[in-house]
Design a protein around this ligand. Structure first.
Ligand SMILES: NC(=O)c1ccc[n+]([C@@H]2O[C@H](COP(=O)([O-])OP(=O)(O)OC[C@H]3O[C@@H](n4cnc5c(N)ncnc54)[C@H](O)[C@@H]3O)[C@@H](O)[C@H]2O)c1
Length: 275
């Protein structure tokens, strides 16, 4: 997609971090933007910050009905959707054997089913509209390589990556004019290490020692790292150039090569240090 002006974008997880930056950048490109997030107050602030005709729709992406309502709202408000950014995501880590069902259910609900719900609610409408479009799923380098103490997050992000590839293959196989991108950032300076602020009470579980350790490491690693707006710039470029993979650091190439070499040699892939 080369033309943004006057077209419509929907961004989930738009109240903070990468989603907020993406919504702002797409608005600057002249798009009508619908911002969706589960954190209502921060969502209103984000919309006010973007201004123009940007609108908010409070949405919990773990609910298929809520994402369907978001799609209805977007089409009722602006008549079409051309760019869908399934960006909402949460981090939960810990040693695999110490993570609870609730840890997996929460991360899967947001990071995997959030994407699946977005695809099901929007893609049929986008196909019916017949216009060119783009689906942008925020995955992570953690969807391409795994690290210790990150089981729930990494397992969910590998699934998010597979969902993104499957969608791209399916759309290509039916000759759709909709392209797909997998955004795979390294560390970005956002609220991701504070994901538990939006963890629903019914899926709450005490943080394990390993979980607390990796949450602190993530807070230290993301503070002062790449800015969300730099990621948004890369996403806009990828949409224009129809690129599937959107890494944020040159180190991604070495990390992917190492992993492939290790697997071909039938070794456990070495654990990368993300930057
Ligand atoms: N920050 C990083 O270092 C990094 C690296 C790789 C990938 N990512 C991915 O980037 C995406 C955006 O995260 P971020 O880093 O900007 O973090 P963030 O915490 O700043 O933003 C995430 C947003 O998602 C929202 N959210 C959480 N649960 C939700 C739900 N159930 N429904 C709707 N919205 C919900 C939060 O309220 C928040 O506004 C995530 O998918 C994350 O996994 C982040």
């Amino acid at each position: 997609m080369h033309e943004f002006e006057g077209r419509v974008a929907v961004v989930t997880g738009a109240a903070s971090g990468i989603g907020r930056a993406l919504a702002g950048r797409l608005s600057v490109e002249g798009m009508h933007v619908v911002l969706a997030d589960v954190e209502d107050g921060a969502l209103r602030d984000a919309v006010a910050g973007i201004g123009g005709d940007a609108v908010a729709f409070t949405t919990d992406v773990t609910s298929a009905a809520a994402v369907e309502a978001l799609a209805e709202f977007a089409y009722d408000t602006f008549g079409a959707v051309h760019v869908l950014c399934n960006n909402a995501g949460v981090f939960q880590g810990g040693l695999m054997w110490e993570c609870s069902d609730a840890d997996f259910e929460w991360t899967f609900g947001v990071n995997v089913m959030g994407i699946v719900h977005g695809i099901r609610a929007f893609v049929p409408r986008m196909l019916a509209g017949g216009a060119e479009g783009h689906v942008v799923n925020t995955v992570s380098m953690a969807g391409l390589a795994s690290t210790p103490f990150s089981g729930p997050y990494d397992v969910s992000k590998f699934a998010a990556m597979a969902a993104t590839e499957c969608l791209a293959h399916d759309l290509a196989s039916v000759g759709a004019a909709i392209r797909v991108s997998a955004v795979c950032p390294g560390l970005v300076d956002t609220g991701i290490s504070r994901s538990r602020r939006n963890r629903p009470a019914e899926l709450d579980a005490p943080q394990s020692e390993g979980g607390a350790f990796v949450e602190q490491a993530l807070a230290d690693g993301t503070a002062g790292s790449m800015s969300p707006s730099a990621v948004a710039d890369l996403v806009v470029e990828a949409i224009q150039e129809e690129r599937f993979l959107v890494p944020t650091r040159p180190s991604y190439a070495r990390q992917l090569t190492d992993r492939t070499e290790d697997l071909v040699a039938r070794r456990l892939p070495r654990s990368p240090i993300f930057d």
